[in-house]
Design a protein around this ligand. Structure first.
Ligand SMILES: [Mg+2]
Length: 213
């Protein structure tokens, strides 16, 4: 029987929020507008689906900008992520990423971590690399998207254990559907996540004492 651990990406596997970095590349003005929308979505004060298209419409991320953000994820990787994932894999845990971020930005980090399954939002580019849209039906573009993916995984693989770790309210939404939800408080500690989590940690390697013993 499979054991699966699902990691949030932004502010969990890496210190950055990818969408904010993409916005920064688009200029100060756009950055401020997007940052405000992201903060409200992560705190749960506005619905994710209400901000998702709005942010991408403002940013219009190119393929090249996504590659730059991909490098930032690598440069600011959580300091214990690599050893933690390697050790979890050695102990039979399948490690996956479930993210409301963008697949082309996250791919380099996933490759570095030896993670092959990325559940994140696909972006579309035209031939010259300019932004031409995103997968609007993808579950993590809306509230309840992460639990939807968790349910899919359960139906597909019937894992003996399924755990999730993340820092956001969208991650915490999976808590009723997983065996254990870990709050990751190393970068952006949120009281609501801390209160709702089965357990909270500040470094990913703390998972090893709990999941490999
Ligand atoms: Mg996050």
């Amino acid at each position: 029987m499979k054991k699966i651990i699902a990691f949030d990406c932004d502010s969990t596997l890496s210190a950055i929020e990818g969408v904010d970095e993409l916005a920064r590349l688009a200029g100060d003005d756009i950055f401020r507008q997007v940052e405000d929308l992201t903060t409200q979505a992560m705190d749960g004060s506005i619905a994710i689906e209400d901000v998702f298209a709005k942010r991408l419409d403002l940013i219009q991320p190119t393929r090249e900008q996504c590659a730059l953000v991909g490098q930032m994820y690598l440069e600011q990787i959580e300091p214990t992520a690599k050893e933690t994932i390697r050790t979890l894999q050695e102990h039979g845990w399948e490690c996956i990423i479930i993210s409301g971020g963008f697949t082309p930005c996250i791919e380099p980090l996933a490759a570095e971590l030896g993670i092959t399954r990325i559940e994140a939002v696909p972006l579309h580019f035209s031939e010259n690399g300019s932004f031409s849209g995103f997968d609007e039906d993808y579950p993590t573009t809306r509230n309840g998207g992460k639990p939807e993916i968790i349910q899919q995984i359960k139906a597909e693989s019937q894992p003996s254990q399924l755990v999730m770790i993340g820092d956001g309210v969208s991650d915490l939404e999976t808590q009723p559907f997983v065996n254990k939800f870990f709050g990751y408080l190393g970068y952006t500690p949120r009281e609501r996540v801390k209160q709702g989590a089965n357990q909270s940690i500040y470094l990913l390697k703390e998972l090893l004492d709990i999941l490999t013993k």
